[in-house]
Write a protein that binds this ligand. Sequence first.
Ligand code: C2E
Ligand code: MG
Ligand code: MG
Ligand code: MG
Length: 276
Amino acid sequence: VAKKKDGNKAIFYDEKISIEKNKKLRIEARLRKAIKNKQIEVYYQPKIDAKKDKMTGVEALLRWTDDELGFVPPDKFIAVAEETGLINPLWEIAMKNACSKVTKWNEGRVEPLSLAVNFSAKQFQDPCYLVRQVREILADCGLAPEHFEIEITESTLLFNSKETIRALKGLQEYGISISIDDFGTGYSSLSYLKTLPINSLKIDRSFIQDIQEDHSNSEIAETVIHLARGLRLHVIAEGVEEEYQKEFLMKNDCYHMQGYLFSKPVCAEELERLLG
Ligand code: C2E
Ligand code: MG
Ligand code: MG
Ligand code: MG
């Protein structure tokens, strides 16, 4: 009987894997179609200077609603894209759309908006190609590199680290800013902060939540703010949803923020309304 039970378990496990695999294959097939048919959209989430009460820039975030699968969250389809070689075409959609929109929005603005785009670790495998492509798209759209920012996570720094550093150095020399997204959630050592080409730390929203009740969260947020100041890095908090979180951050001299308190990610037309 015991043997039979184990056998069943094994089959069950295999089935589970193949269901997962089929799901991924389905997402991949639909994603290919969506890219071809231009069904992927770019949304924009404002970045705010809370001291000046002004929008300083936007982050581009991809959105996909499929006819069959419905709304697929970016975390999900980006993971599939990374595994299937679709990350570059997706990234191009984000880059080209966002760069041309922000260039347009900046016409006649006294303080131009900066644009942040999320880059995936996979893209750093070919640093020369990446640097060339970024420069080309910025030049084509007419967006100054000084108004462009790359968001990467700590895991990107661990992955292909030599190539990644080379690419980041090239991009930074060109005038682009490099920002560490979801800072504090990775496993990398802090020593990279003094050697790597980094301009900015983005405090992960998990540390901003319950900042009032959870003493360790507020302690971590404060520590990151102090660390950034000591290293002369820019610091921004993500996931600010409540007034008390904003007040806490301002009291700790962190004025740059992003979150639902100010605005959710919105489509281009909606962002134009916010600017207008
Ligand atoms: P991320 O870059 O850390 O983006 C922040 C995520 O938090 C976004 O989720 C945003 O909608 C959400 N968010 C912003 N403010 C708040 C808030 O106040 N409260 C809460 N609860 N959430 C907030 P989204 O758009 O679902 O994106 C998830 C992740 O997918 C992004 O995390 C990023 O890692 C990835 N992603 C999105 N677009 C791209 C892209 O074009 N390329 C790459 N490589 N990754 C992307
Ligand atoms: Mg980001
Ligand atoms: Mg983040
Ligand atoms: Mg994230």
